[in-house]
Design a protein around this ligand. Structure first.
Ligand code: ADP
Length: 835
């Protein structure tokens, strides 16, 4: 005995295999020919003990022949002599053919025994009728052809060629030969009687070896002791030769009992064992094949006998014959299902459908026979047949899936329901956003529920394969595996039988699934070792393909998510560096401002002294120049003060006193009016108005700073109203819900201060941006209106410092209103209602 896998290298030549198949077929056909054309047609069948088994034709077809033989043989009679040939002589010779030499219509003198009485009669030969020829042809073919076909399928199409391959071919061919020789053996033509006994001897080692191989796939015998099996085969061959020479050591039944009984025993031993292995699975499938193939024949032979039903009939014989192919093909499927690739699933479905039909029809007939037994009338029979058939068809619809599931459990071991697994992961996989999430889901949930012990995922991007995860397989993440993956990729979606490939990194892969997104290959999912037998049948391949699609979605989502996170990090970095720049700019401007303040004070002081005339007389032109200089110096000083005041806002301790805004507003408006009146060019005329409510409560703040708010707002109103117009300042009390107050609290008593103008206005999308330092709506307005973009930043800083809010309401060309709301001084908020 040798281990599976060995001998895979030495392959028999193609011509030798074809020759073997053709030789086996020729041998079987020769005996079929002998059965159909050489064995005489007396008109009845008999066994090797010359018991009459049944008649070939119905009497209504051949009334004359029936009438002539009317008083002669009946089923159950035992012949003693046929045309002068005694049964002893027949048995002794093994080559004498009963009825040989008698043509159709001739009378053969026969002697037979019935109920202990010896009867002599003449038997009218029927001769070969068309129906009898066809029956023999069909019956003979049906017995050997399935085995020959199964053997030839294995021989020509299946791999690997190991010990089991040879055994399976030998099993099928020897069984085919045995069946072909056995059919005409009672007539002893072509030495079929001795041939049958000889072949029975050859069955013994082949049958036992095949089934023992199943039990002990790895040889118990060391290579040096292999001669033991050679010895066994030689012994069997010797006994076969002796049988051909008509020397029989044990009766043929004993030989058969050893071969068939021994094989069944080994199968049961293996199939009913507890360990979960592929061999146990194979043994179970083989047992199923044996039961389905032989069961119907046995049942249909036994039940009619028990029920004393009239002659078993041709139908039963046909049915039991039709069941035979299940045996060789279940054997081939069981032992080679891992090597059938895409055909495996179809083979499974065809075999289980065929098996189901045979089983169903057998049960149907048996139950029908039992049920119909007591019915006497023909109308009752018809009704019973109708009802029973309908019920049976309905039952078949329900039983068929059950049977299929039973076969699947035998074939695949695992009993998972693909729909459940798909449903369980269809939602989860695409939600696994990151690499660790997806890896955990695949290795901790998906693989275990499919009994997969080894798997890996490669992400394929720009023609390179990057390892995403590896579970139970040693793979180097730094390697670009693409070149080696090509071969795996090529066979993706198909089961890869284990072949002898040393040192190849992906030799462990039993199944590779392509992962595609929009028809583009984005990954490869590799699956290896799996319980119980590392096998991936077609239904699982389809399930895994569906899961691979889900993984594709997940990979794509994870990629997008990663991109998004990268972009966010980039944006954040950019924002940070901008902020840094902004701080640097502020620092720079403030340093410069401090440095400017002292020289500017000198410029202002000296120009004032010059203008005063303290330093001597000046001409009118000099005065004009000095005044311009003085103006500009004042402007610059204001700017420098602004810049410094912004810096100080953050550092300075805030002064808080009660301030009455109406009074403050009044003085600021007055001042603005003065400045505007004196400094504005002719034709630019403003009308200032102040609207102040009564009962305006005081607010807490610093008078000087709050005046700065008003000054800046008024200055802007004047500056951005090129044609002049009304500028209105309003102060009135109101209720306001400040930030930081409880959302369901009462709005707080507050004072609203607003400055409205009819100037150029501010575009709506700029309203929130004007508060930024150095921000100006229009760059060109710097030239037109002067300023640095600091005023509103200072205003906002001050308003917020006293707990207030400020916003602008405007649209382009429609004037602007700046509204500031300050909380009223706490002392003021007692029972006072705003008007
Ligand atoms: P500056 O007036 O020195 O430019 P501000 O901070 O006071 O700086 O104002 C910022 C910008 O807001 C101005 O440049 C101007 O574009 C806009 N702005 C402020 N007040 C008004 C207003 N009353 N009417 C129209 N635009 C205004």
């Amino acid at each position: 005995m040798s281990a599976p896998g060995d001998g895979a290298g030495q392959r028999p030549a193609g011509w030798l295999m074809t020759l073997t198949a053709a030789g086996a077929l020729a041998f079987c056909l020769a005996y079929l020919f002998a059965y159909v054309f050489l064995a005489p047609y007396p008109g009845f069948d008999y066994d090797s003990q010359w018991h009459v088994l049944g008649f070939d034709v119905k009497c209504w077809d051949h009334p004359d022949w029936c009438a002539a033989n009317q008083d002669s043989l009946r089923v159950g009679d035992r012949l003693l002599e046929i045309g002068g040939l005694t049964h002893q002589a027949y048995e002794r010779s093994r080559t004498e053919t009963p009825f040989a030499g008698y043509a159709a219509g001739e009378r053969v003198p026969i002697v037979f025994a019935r109920d202990g009485v010896v009867v002599r009669a003449d038997w009218l030969m029927l001769g070969p009728t068309g129906a009898a020829l066809l029956t023999r042809m069909g019956g003979g073919l049906a017995l050997f052809l399935p085995f020959w076909l199964a053997g030839t399928t294995v021989l020509l199409f299946l791999r690997p060629r190991n010990a089991r391959w040879y055994l399976l071919i030998a099993f099928n061919y020897i069984t085919a030969a045995w069946a072909a020789v056995g059919v005409p053996s009672t007539s002893q033509v072509l030495a079929s009687a001795s041939g049958l006994r000889a072949l029975s001897w050859l069955l013994v080692p082949v049958y036992l070896h095949l089934h023992l191989h199943l039990l002990l796939p790895t040889s118990l015998l060391p290579p040096s002791r292999r001669y033991v099996s050679v010895l066994a085969y030689t012994l069997a061959a010797l006994l076969a030769v002796l049988a051909l020479l008509n020397i029989h050591i044990v009766p043929a039944t004993v030989t058969l009992l050893i071969a068939i009984g021994g094989s069944l025993g080994l199968l049961l031993l293996r199939g009913l064992g507890r360990d979960a292995s592929n061999i146990r699975q194979a043994a179970r499938l083989m047992l199923l094949g044996v039961s389905l193939a032989l069961g119907p024949g046995l049942v249909l032979w036994v039940i009619p006998q028990l029920l004393r039903f009239p002659a078993a009939g041709q139908m039963f014989v046909t049915l039991s014959t039709l069941a035979i192919p299940l045996l060789p093909f279940f054997y081939v499927y069981a032992l080679y299902k891992q090597h059938l690739g895409g055909l495996e699933f179809r083979a499974n479905r065809v075999l289980s459908l065929y098996g189901f039909l045979v089983l169903f029809v057998t049960v149907f007939i048996v139950v029908f026979m039992i049920g119909a037994g007591p019915i006497q009338t023909s109308s009752g029979m018809l009704a019973f047949a109708l009802v029973f058939s309908t019920a049976a068809v309905i039952a078949a619809l329900f039983l068929r899936p059950l049977f299929q599931r039973f076969v699947d459990r035998l074939a695949y071991g695992t009993s998972h329901n693909p729909n459940d697994i798909l449903r369980a992961f269809a939602n989860e996989i695409p939600r696994a956003l990151s690499r660790p999430d997806l890896t955990r889901l695949l290795t901790h949930a998906v693989s275990p529920s499919l009994l997969i012990r080894q798997s890996a995922l490669y992400v394929i991007r720009d023609g390179a394969a990057e390892l995403f995860y590896a579970d139970g397989a040693a793979l180097d993440p730094d390697d670009d595996a693409m070149p080696q993956l090509q071969e795996v990729l090529h066979g993706a979606g198909r089961y890869r039988p284990p072949l002898v490939t040393d040192g190849e990194p992906f030799a462990w892969v039993r199944l590779a699934m392509r992962i595609e997104v929009r028809k583009k290959l984005v990954g490869l999912w590799l699956l290896g070792q799996r319980d119980p037998d590392d096998y991936y049948p077609q239904p699982d391949v389809e399930l895994l393909a569906a899961l691979a699609n889900q993984i594709g979605v997940a990979l794509e989502t994870a990629r997008l998510f990663e991109n998004l996170q990268r972009r966010m990090a980039e944006l954040e970095a950019a924002y940070r560096s901008l902020q840094k720049l902004d701080e640097l700019k502020d620092e720079f401007v403030q340093t410069i401002s401090h440095e400017l303040r002292t020289p500017l004070t000198y410029v202002r002081g000296y120009t004032e002294a010059l203008l005063d005339g303290t330093l001597g007389e000046i001409t009118a032109e000099q005065r004009e120049a000095l005044e311009t200089m003085h103006d500009r110096a004042l402007g610059l000083i204001r700017l420098v003060n602004d810049v410094i005041s912004i810096q100080q806002q953050a550092l300075e301790k805030l002064e808080r006193e009660e301030v009455y805004l109406p009074a403050l507003a009044r003085s600021c408006v007055l001042a603005a009016e003065l400045v505007a009146g004196s400094s504005q060019p002719v034709g630019r005329h403003f009308s200032f108005a102040l609207a102040v409510s009564e009962n305006v409560p005081p607010i807490m703040g610093d008078r000087r700073r709050l005046a700065q708010v008003l000054d800046n707002l008024l200055e802007n109103a004047v500056k951005f109203s090129p044609q002049g117009g009304a500028i209105t300042v309003r102060v009135h009390p109101r209720r306001y819900l400040f930030d930081g107050q409880e959302p369901d609290a009462q709005p707080q008593l507050a004072v609203e201060l607003s400055v409205s103008d009819q100037g150029i206005g501010i575009p709506a999308d700029q309203l929130s941006r004007i508060w930024g330092r150095f921000y100006q709506v229009d760059g060109s307005s710097t030239r037109r209106f002067g300023g640095m973009g600091l005023g509103l930043a200072i205003v906002q800083g001050i308003v917020r410092a006293y707990g207030g809010v400020i916003w602008a309401e405007s649209s382009e060309g429609a004037g602007a209103t700046f509204r500031a709301v300050f909380p009223a001084s706490p002392a003021a908020d007692l029972g006072r209602e705003p008007v």
